[in-house]
Design a protein around this ligand. Structure first.
Ligand SMILES: [Zn+2]
Length: 149
């Protein structure tokens, strides 16, 4: 009898769970400038530099995982808890009708949940993303952080 074994792809991680040449691991290590609005033991959240709409946040686990459904259960739950927590200040600051969520992961192979202020259907289309200036991102991150406190 043939038994098919599904092998989960494994990646070799550094001592702290980082992966070489991963842009999000570099952000977490502080090697790349970013506009962080939230951080705890397991996650950080920062403004996407190519926002779909102003206020577009990425919530990222500090441990390198490629696929959201490969996250350990506790981190999987926590990423959605953080999304809920951050949705409130994000909506207050941007006055968006709703806060949408999207997870794809084809761009950067490190789990990130997009938390995006939206006002109508199809606002989550990634083709709408446009580069924001450092000033725009700086102002937005200050407003969100003030609202979180
Ligand atoms: Zn990574």
């Amino acid at each position: 009898m043939n038994i098919l074994v599904h092998e989960t792809p494994r990646v070799t991680l550094g001592i702290a769970g980082f992966m070489e040449n991963c842009i999000f691991c570099k952000i977490i290590k502080g090697e790349i400038e970013n506009h962080k609005v939230f951080e705890n033991e397991n996650f950080i959240a920062f403004l996407d530099i190519n926002p779909i709409n102003p206020g577009h946040l990425d919530i990222v686990p500090k441990q390198h995982h490629g696929y959201i459904f490969d996250l350990p259960d506790d981190l999987y739950r926590e990423i959605f808890e953080i999304a809920k927590k951050l949705s409130l200040p994000l909506q207050e600051v941007t006055k968006a009708k709703r806060i949408g969520m999207a997870v794809e992961g084809f761009g950067v192979d490190h789990v990130h949940l997009h938390l995006v202020p939206i006002n109508k259907g199809n606002d989550l289309d990634p083709n709408r993303a446009k580069r924001a200036t450092s000033e725009e991102l700086g102002e937005m991150s200050e407003m969100i952080k003030n609202c979180l406190e």
